[in-house]
Design a protein around this ligand. Structure first.
Ligand code: 6PG
Length: 253
């Protein structure tokens, strides 16, 4: 058991950023195969930022993309910057350029957040589309959610002390980031915690101290929002590279 009596987190340490990306891609493919076999479709939430780019590129590779029944895959985003979809800071553009333009996923299966709208309008629009996709559900039960973690312990666009972090009813909310582009839209904690599986992808020595605090430090999700992510009926896996894991206790892996 780690501190606070919580079960030890499931952490998989990969030797390099390249191995980390491959591992994330393989887990996406495996989760897709399992979900499609079980219920005929796979709903996945993508992360933004820089870390997932290499994993998306792996999924675009011919040997990976042939493993996936793209007609049955539905992609969503955990958060988006309020910029147009072709903007260099767009999380949608990141995934499109690195991956989605190379694979035969139907455009109708790509459910981007309309960042070209003002934050509150974009959040309401996204939530309305999510509620249409998951009709009658109390929460959006995504099969697989990929999340990153910032050096300040944020995840998606749930930043320390932010109102969005305390949203208990909406599935999507406007958010404000401390760095540009500041206007954001994010899935909320209840929406993320309804997932069947959450995978955090963390790379680099700059994240090492925060990662240890998040996994083994006192529980303080207001300060470390990544600690708020705890799937109610699902599992959580931390995929990290050796640099990010440098401060973790050896037995915690
Ligand atoms: C975003 C992401 C954000 C990201 C972390 C880590 O829109 O920026 O959703 O939560 O995952 O900030 O970003 P890096 O992968 O660039 O370190």
């Amino acid at each position: 058991m780690c501190s606070q009596g919580k079960p030890a987190p499931t952490v998989s340490v990969l030797s390099t950023p390249e191995a980390l990306a491959e591992a994330a891609a393989r887990r996406f493919a495996a989760a897709a195969e399992a979900a499609i076999a079980a219920c005929g479709r796979f709903t996945a939430v993508l992360a933004g930022g820089n870390t997932p780019r290499a994993a998306y590129e792996c999924l675009a590779a011919p040997d990976m993309q042939v493993q996936i029944d793209w007609q049955r895959v539905h992609l969503f985003w955990g958060d988006e910057r309020c910029v147009p979809p072709d903007h260099p800071e767009s999380n949608y553009r990141l995934a499109w350029e690195a991956w989605l333009r190379h694979v035969p996923i139907p455009r109708a299966n790509v459910h981007r957040i309309r960042g070209e709208l003002p934050p509150a309008e974009a959040a309401a629009d996204y939530e309305a589309r999510l509620r249409r996709f998951f009709p009658g559900e109390p929460r959006p039960c995504f099969d697989w959610v990929l999340l990153g973690m910032g050096e300040d312990g944020h995840t998606a666009s749930l930043f320390p002390g932010s109102p969005a972090l305390r949203e208990e009813h909406h599935w999507a909310a406007p958010a404000t980031a401390p760095t540009p582009p500041c206007d954001r839209v994010t899935l909320t904690v209840p929406a993320l915690n309804a997932a069947r599986q959450v995978v955090f992808l963390v790379s680099g020595s700059r994240k090492a101290q925060t990662l240890r605090r998040v996994l083994y430090g006192p529980r303080d999700p207001e300060t470390l929002p990544a600690q708020a992510i705890a799937p109610v009926h699902g599992e959580i896996l931390w995929l990290v590279d050796a640099d990010a894991a440098a401060d973790l206790p050896r037995n915690g892996r």
